[in-house]
Design a protein around this ligand. Structure first.
Ligand code: NAP
Length: 244
């Protein structure tokens, strides 16, 4: 299983659970080499093979190289988790500058689509692959819209939802299933980028289950969608959002 952004948060939880379930795991990171090494060590402690690769998903060459390294050093890719993502400080749309828009689109939309292109090139039977499963990490923001915080981020996740629907149909007859999870408020570092202190606690009053979620609870859904237990599921979404 190849996971982009596996050094922290949902990607790291997915890597640990995947290793425990018998996958060999490759994670990518950009800045957190130490955190990535720690995740690799935890995965290896279960007997899995694990590898961390530095790759900025906004850099096409990095993404292409990450897939090639995975295949060369660990083997064919059975599952791809398109998880890396970013966001910018909370503000209204009428305050956005173009730099933040370019960055969030470069990582969450263009980076995610380039990674999907590489996944299809490696996994689809059309390209000589053995098939497999892709799980996109979208967000509840795609249907909530994130007003007064980051409508731009929400729009990137809306785009990822649309890509999930289209790509699932495009490669359904080529052995590749494409699904997505839509996490709600999950306890990870990403909220620090919003500039809102204790964002998950503050907003969890709006969650029907009245709490934020753990990265492990999202990882469970990702692992199910990637597994053979979901063999007749493609183009589908699991909202891991406590009812929000
Ligand atoms: P996180 O804890 O901040 O971790 C982000 C991960 O992505 C890190 O491993 C980071 O690597 C990596 N990353 C960031 N920018 C990258 C880039 N340009 N190229 C490659 N990797 C990059 O975030 P998270 O909450 O786990 O988020 C993971 C995914 O879940 C994102 O797509 C996010 O939009 C989505 N999501 C999260 C929530 C939530 O409440 N947490 C809710 C809905 C959706 P470094 O460690 O090297 O920086």
């Amino acid at each position: 299983m190849l996971i982009t952004g596996g050094s922290r948060g949902i990607g790291a939880a997915t890597a640990r659970l995947a290793a425990a379930r018998g996958y060999d795991v490759v994670i990518t990171f950009v800045r957190s080499a130490d955190a990535a090494d720690a995740v690799v060590a935890e995965c290896e402690s279960t007997g899995a093979r694990a590898l961390a690769v530095r790759a900025d998903v906004a850099d096409e060459a990095d993404v292409v190289a990450a897939f090639a390294t995975t295949v060369a050093e660990v083997g064919p890719i059975a599952a791809f988790v398109n998880n890396a993502g970013t966001l910018h400080p909370a503000m209204r749309l009428d305050e956005f500058d173009v730099e933040r828009l370019r960055d969030v689109m470069a990582v969450n939309v263009i980076g995610a689509i380039v990674a999907l292109r590489e996944a299809v090139r490696h996994m689809s039977t059309r390209h000589g692959g053995a098939g497999g499963a892709i799980v996109n990490v979208s967000s509840a923001a795609s249907y909530l819209g994130s007003p007064n915080e980051y409508i731009d981020y929400a729009a990137t996740k809306g785009a990822l939802d649309t890509v999930t629907i289209g790509l699932a149909k495009e490669v359904a007859s080529e052995g590749v299933r494409v699904n997505a999870v839509r996490p709600g408020l999950i306890y990870t570092d990403i909220h620090e980028l919003s500039g809102i202190e204790d964002r998950v606690e503050k907003l969890s009053v709006h969650v029907p289950m009245q709490r934020g979620g753990d990265a492990d609870e999202v990882a469970e859904a990702i692992l199910w969608l990637a597994s053979d237990a979901a063999s007749y599921v493609t183009g589908s979404f699991i909202n891991t959002s406590g009812g929000r």
